[in-house]
Design a binder for this molecule. Structure first.
Ligand SMILES: [Zn+2]
Ligand SMILES: [Zn+2]
Length: 307
């Protein structure tokens, strides 16, 4: 392992940030094509469905040769008041900020949060964001009047037909983008992760191009990032169409519609999955025409060149 020092200087109209990285070059073992891999969507055991501590997650990120991670534990805004999310999110922020200091010089740790359906209760969002996060990820995991996430829908039921659910999901995404209080839009096309392969084989996403364009246009106009989420589907073989969410065509379309910022996240719920698919997503973003990837600190985008 060779350590090099580099300085990234980012200027916007409000603030100049001089940011010094320890650039970790990892030869062998991982066969990494990029030296600046950043996984900006990772869960610790402060998320109800994840398994490992912030410490272990950070240790694995270092071992996998990453330069930066964002720990983005779940905060489901719909359940904010009923399921003690306020306490859990405060604890998560505290642990991530501790890790930021402990791993200083080895790994950049961004203190993030994944807000589920944030547009539904903006007062709850205001409350949770008092914790001063570096980075806010917005997502939609379930539809209005549904108690469970898409993960738990029985996709064989008639009322769960893909052409019933998908446009409703896009409507909620549009409401979220209109609300605009986040930094990156997570795993756009999320429901497709959970449909079986035979359903997806019949599915024509082009029917929804107009709706998708409206979302991407507004996201670009608002200066927000689009996330390439590399978690993939538990049902599909790797290499199939919807391996990443969103897929290449949507990422490319975001660029065509004026999108500037892309983030990449593995959505790891286990420390062992940290960094999975990130290099491949970088390749995808470059092929779509993006010149840099984005890291967030203090809610400010820091464009980092592919290297
Ligand atoms: Zn999510
Ligand atoms: Zn997530």
């Amino acid at each position: 392992m060779v350590l090099l020092q580099c300085i990234v200087i980012y200027w916007n109209s409000r603030v100049a940030i001089h940011y010094s990285f320890l650039l970790i070059v990892h030869f062998g073992g991982g066969g990494l094509a990029y030296r600046n891999l950043m996984d900006l969507h990772v869960h610790s055991d402060n998320s109800h469905d994840a398994h490992h501590s912030v410490t272990l997650v950070c240790e694995k990120a270092v071992a996998h040769g990453l330069r930066a991670i964002a720990v983005t534990d779940h905060c489901n805004i719909i359940d904010y008041r009923s399921s003690k999310q306020d306490i859990i999110c405060r604890q998560a922020a505290f642990e991530i900020k501790k890790a930021k200091n402990v791993f200083h010089g080895q790994l950049i740790v961004s203190c993030g949060i994944e807000l589920g359906s944030p547009a539904r209760d903006t007062a709850a969002v205001k409350d949770v964001l008092r914790n001063k996060f570096d980075y806010v990820v917005a997502s939609v995991h379930r539809l209005k009047r549904r108690k469970a996430s898409f993960l738990h829908y029985d996709m064989k039921q008639k009322h769960n037909h893909i052409d019933q659910l998908f446009p409703k999901y896009l409507d909620e995404i549009y409401e979220t983008v209109k609300w605009n209080g986040f930094d990156t839009l997570a795993h756009l096309t999320f429901p497709l992760r959970y449909f079986p392969e035979e359903v997806l084989a019949e599915f024509n996403i082009e029917k929804y191009n107009e709706q998708l364009d409206e979302i991407l246009k507004l996201l670009a106009h608002n200066g927000k990032a689009l996330e390439i989420n590399t978690k993939g589907s538990p049902f599909l073989m790797l290499g199939k169409t919807y391996k990443f969410h969103p897929d290449f065509d949507i990422v490319k379309r975001f660029k065509e519609l004026g999108g500037e910022y892309i983030t990449v996240g593995s959505d790891a719920h286990s420390a062992h999955d940290v960094g999975r698919g990130v290099a491949e997503a970088y390749e995808m973003a470059e092929a779509a025409g993006f010149k840099y990837i984005t890291l967030y600190q203090h809610r400010t985008p820091l464009p980092i060149k592919f290297d």
